[in-house]
Design a protein around this ligand. Structure first.
Ligand SMILES: [Zn+2]
Length: 252
């Protein structure tokens, strides 16, 4: 059977302090990092995992993150590179509802939005320290179709969501099983960087530090047992070495 094609969509970059990337590490050192989405062209559905940030929203609400996003780095433009329009996407999955993972949802008007039921509830009533993280609720428009889920979940055959809470209450990481090359494990914000995975250094942003550590251990376990390459969410290098759309992984 042919493997699905997996495209990485470049969504631009943001800046945060290194102590937000790794809790208590190197405070005062600004770090620029990439934001990306994952498009899976599967025989059963066209699936998009995360949708990046909305430039206007960040400029308005979080300008200190110094957003850089060209017109080519928006979701519609990235999809167009592969020959798709936003309406072609069948299923949107957001790892979680932080602003830099949901900014393009509003374009995906024909899709069903898969979301952990706890994340959906929590985004609307976050803890005070989570307010900026959950500041972009543009995904919650009148016509959105939610499918609230919980537990580990197989979206279509070979495309899995694994619960990795801690960073947020209902965080999901994504495993795309490939038969003819290494499978791909997208960490979402359960692991911003390779160092997160190696040293079990959780992000400065988190709801629950203990669960965050457990999520990192789960990702390392999954990478090992599923023979998968890991893709952290926010680290310029290795991002700069990955194939970006219109190039793809899988498809063989
Ligand atoms: Zn986040």
């Amino acid at each position: 059977m042919t493997d699905p094609k997996v495209y990485l969509l470049d969504g631009g970059t943001l800046v945060i302090d290194e102590s937000d990337v790794h809790w208590h590490i190197n405070a005062g050192n600004p770090v620029r990092f990439p934001v990306y989405s994952v498009l899976i062209e599967h025989s059963d559905a066209l699936i998009l995992y995360d949708t990046g940030f909305d430039l206007d929203h960040v400029n308005r609400v979080l300008p200190f993150e110094l957003p850089e996003q060209t017109a080519e780095q928006t979701i519609p433009a990235q999809l167009a590179k592969i020959g798709y329009a936003p309406e072609d996407v069948d299923i949107v999955v957001n790892s979680h509802f932080h602003f830099d993972h949901v900014g393009g949802n509003r374009f995906l008007t024909e899709a069903t939005t898969l979301v952990h039921k706890e994340e959906l509830r929590h985004a609307k009533v976050p803890e005070p320290f989570e307010r900026l993280g959950y500041s972009d609720l543009s995904f919650d428009h009148e016509t959105v179709t939610y499918k609230p889920i919980s537990g580990d979940y197989e979206v279509v055959p070979g495309v899995w969501l694994f619960e990795t809470p801690g960073h947020t209450i209902g965080h999901y990481s994504l495993l795309v099983e490939l038969q003819n090359e290494k499978s791909m494990l997208f960490c979402g914000d359960a692991a911003y960087t390779r160092t997160t995975l190696e040293k079990e250094w959780i992000a400065g942003f988190h709801l629950d530090p203990t669960k965050s550590v457990e999520a990192i251990r789960r990702l390392n376990y999954l990478a090992r047992t599923k023979n998968a390459d890991v893709y952290p969410s926010h680290e310029l290098e290795p991002f700069s070495t990955w194939k970006l759309a219109p190039e793809y992984y899988g498809g063989n």
